[in-house]
Design a protein around this ligand. Structure first.
Ligand SMILES: Nc1ncnc2c1ncn2[C@@H]1O[C@H](COP(=O)(O)OP(=O)(O)OP(=O)(O)O)[C@@H](O)[C@H]1O
Length: 376
């Protein structure tokens, strides 16, 4: 089972620039949480702070009973063993084939024999639908495959927490749909605590148990998905509907009168309720054995059949089926996709260090809605 992360009064600045202040939230063990926010609001900084790569100015981050903001570097190293991180571009080493990229953390941080390494690498490649692509170089495959290779590498040390930094960036909507299904399937299989930073509203509406929103140097809200999807908070409504009308401006904040006028206009044109759709939850693929937590979620979803596919819910926001469809393995990815995703690989030392940390087999039963919010 994944571990809970309890953040209290967290503040981070660079020089005089406050990135965010007094952030408090709890990422419930084993649940999927999404962090949203306009560009530059410090979502990536938040992820890096959680994993101990950046030090906050104030506040605490308690993981498995330890406040990681107070740990020394060698103690942090132990805590980082709990984490797997999927970086935006997969952060693969360009000169290594996928097999060696995925084996890298095992060879670096464990004493496993090559036959054990092989078993684990192939198991994780199978989980992300990449079996058969072991010999490919990162530059020879599509952006979607690179993300999945990065995910396989994040999985090899059996993390209890997985951080995803914009997993959908640079992917077309179909690849995003497959990746979302993979994320949900993995959560049902490995039961780790997931935190996803994304700009993709459709993903944010369907995938998580909890949603948070950073804006104006604050955590505006963090709480159960249902609560944010039906929220009256203008920033939340604007962001979850991808609208220009609302407090979030192109480059700078709008004045209050303009915001009030825009919101009144939306309410006039929509009757005021168009933004509060309960998008159906994405469920694990049929072939995945659902642990009790997901059984409970599926049960709750089944209780609202009338809402499925009606109004401006999932259909309007994502254009995709909420669940089902072929598993990620069946994804027909083009193999070569030169483009912005092909970036120089980072130096080995820049990756957060992780190591084997198998968790117990027990299932979490917390269910959606146990996230403790800033103001939710
Ligand atoms: N190491 C650093 N030193 C100084 N400033 C930094 C550093 N890292 C990030 N910043 C600043 O912190 C702010 C938040 O950056 P961050 O990348 O976390 O935003 P973000 O919300 O993830 O943005 P995006 O959605 O565009 O990826 C930016 O103004 C950035 O320039």
């Amino acid at each position: 089972m994944g571990v809970e992360i309890c953040v209290e009064g967290l503040t981070k600045s660079f020089g005089h620039q406050v990135i965010w202040q007094d952030v408090s939230l709890t990422l419930p063990a084993g649940e999927i949480s999404v962090m949203l926010g306009p560009s530059g609001t410090g979502k990536s900084v938040f992820l890096k702070t959680l994993v101990g790569l950046l030090k906050p100015d104030r506040g605490s981050i308690v993981i498995a009973g330890r406040d990681i903001t107070r740990l020394r570097e060698h103690e942090l190293y132990e805590v980082r063993k709990l984490f797997g991180v999927l970086f935006q571009d997969g952060a693969l080493f360009g000169s290594m084939n996928l097999y060696d990229n995925i084996a890298f953390p095992l060879r670096e941080h464990t004493r496993k024999t090559e036959s054990e390494v092989r078993r684990i690498v192939l198991e994780k490649m199978d989980m992300v639908g990449l079996l058969g692509a072991e010999e490919k170089l990162p530059g020879e495959i599509s952006g979607g495959m690179r993300k999945r290779a990065g995910l396989a590498r994040a999985l090899v040390l059996d993390p209890e927490i997985i951080l995803f930094d914009e997993p959908d960036s640079g992917l077309d909507p179909v690849r995003v749909a497959y990746l979302n299904q993979l994320i949900v399937d993995l959560n049902a299989q490995i039961d780790a605590t997931f935190l996803i930073v994304t700009h993709d509203i459709a993903s944010a509406r369907q995938v998580p148990d909890n949603i948070g929103l950073l804006f104006r140097r604050e955590l505006v809200m963090f709480g159960p998905r249902e609560k944010l999807l039906t929220s009256d908070e203008p920033v939340v409504r604007q962001f979850l509907n991808g609208r220009m009308q609302g407090p979030i401006g192109m480059a700078e904040e709008k004045d209050a009168a303009q915001v009030a006028q825009e919101l009144a206009e939306i309410d006039r044109s929509t009757g005021g309720d168009a933004v509060r759709d309960m998008t159906p939850r994405l469920l694990p693929s049929p072939e995945i054995t659902r642990p009790p937590r997901w059984e409970a979620i599926a049960g709750r979803e089944a209780e609202r059949p009338a809402e499925r596919g009606t109004g401006h819910g999932a259909a309007a926001h994502s254009g995709r089926e909420p669940h089902g469809g072929p598993p990620p393995k069946a994804e027909p990815e083009p193999e070569a996709e030169p483009g912005p995703e092909t970036r120089p690989a980072p130096e080995p030392g820049t990756l957060p260090k992780t190591a084997a940390h198998p968790g117990p087999e027990t299932e979490t039963g917390t269910g959606a809605g146990s996230g403790r919010g800033a103001r939710a």
